[in-house]
Design a protein around this ligand. Structure first.
Ligand SMILES: Nc1ncnc2c1ncn2[C@@H]1O[C@H](COP(=O)(O)OP(=O)(O)O)[C@@H](O)[C@H]1O
Ligand SMILES: [Mg+2]
Length: 233
């Protein structure tokens, strides 16, 4: 059974349908990239997977014993996140604190391990506000990782980063997927990079929507026109 399966889901705001006929699944170890132009419903779908937005129809089913609170989430960056007045330690531990009043020894160790995996252990005692954009995003990724047992969702994690910091973050996300076997669902604007790392692609801007293996996606007309830069999607 899949970790997560989305079955014929539709989403609407105030009766206005923004997304329909969405079906796909995420299996253990998968790396799924959700692509599509601005406003195509990527963030809405991710919020649906997190049960922050209810589907108008269809359903989202978790399997393999995955609990809703074991899904890690790195939201789209907001200015408030960039200027959060706290230490790195506090930011990462808040990924666990949401679930518990007091942190145990093991909880704190988990926060440090997450930073270690993201090669950001040296930032532990630093002030979050003083970090570079790339370092902040690593710390927020470590925070999300604290609650991700098997599945990590990310909404445009490299938005606003320079190309070197973005590449670094992609490398670390791949490391989480490979070394920890954590399945990834990532929203991305960048089809070129997505296609290098993702095992599967869900493209929201076509009818019917494309969902399948990345290698098969690359053969579709839509992907070829995107990669060649000859169409405006
Ligand atoms: N809270 C909301 N209320 C009403 N409409 C919304 C809301 N959030 C998003 N939308 C609309 O839903 C559509 C999809 O938005 P979104 O999921 O944010 O797309 P994407 O992440 O692909 O840019 C857009 O037309 C957007 O304006
Ligand atoms: Mg979005």
């Amino acid at each position: 059974m899949a970790l997560l399966s989305c079955q014929d889901a539709a989403f609407a705001y105030d009766g206005q349908v923004v997304l329909s006929d969405v079906s796909f699944e995420v299996n253990a170890g998968d790396y799924l990239c959700i692509v599509g132009e601005n406003g195509s419903g990527k963030t809405t779908l991710m919020k649906g997977l997190l049960r922050l937005v209810a589907p108008l129809k269809g359903k989202i089913v978790l399997g393999e014993g995955l609990r809703q609170d074991e899904i890690g989430y790195l939201p789209q960056q907001s200015p408030a996140q960039r200027d959060f007045p706290a230490s790195v330690k506090e930011v990462v531990e808040s990924g666990i604190r949401g679930k518990r009043l007091f942190l145990s020894h093991q909880d704190r160790a988990r926060a440090r391990e997450a930073l270690e995996l993201l090669e950001a252990r040296a930032l532990y005692s630093r002030s979050f506000m003083e970090l570079s954009g790339g370092q902040k995003q690593r710390v927020l990724l470590a925070r999300a990782l604290c609650s991700a047992g098997k599945l990590l969702l990310m909404d445009e994690p490299t938005a606003g980063l320079d190309p070197i910091a973005a590449r670094e973050l992609y490398r670390l996300i791949e490391k989480i997927n490979r070394e920890k076997g954590i399945a990834i669902v990532m929203i991305s604007h960048d089809v070129h990079t997505a296609s290098q790392f993702a095992s599967h692609i869900l493209h929201l801007q076509q009818t019917p929507l494309y969902y399948g293996r990345t290698a098969d996606y690359m053969d579709t007309f839509h992907a070829q026109c995107l990669m060649g830069g000859t169409c405006d999607v």
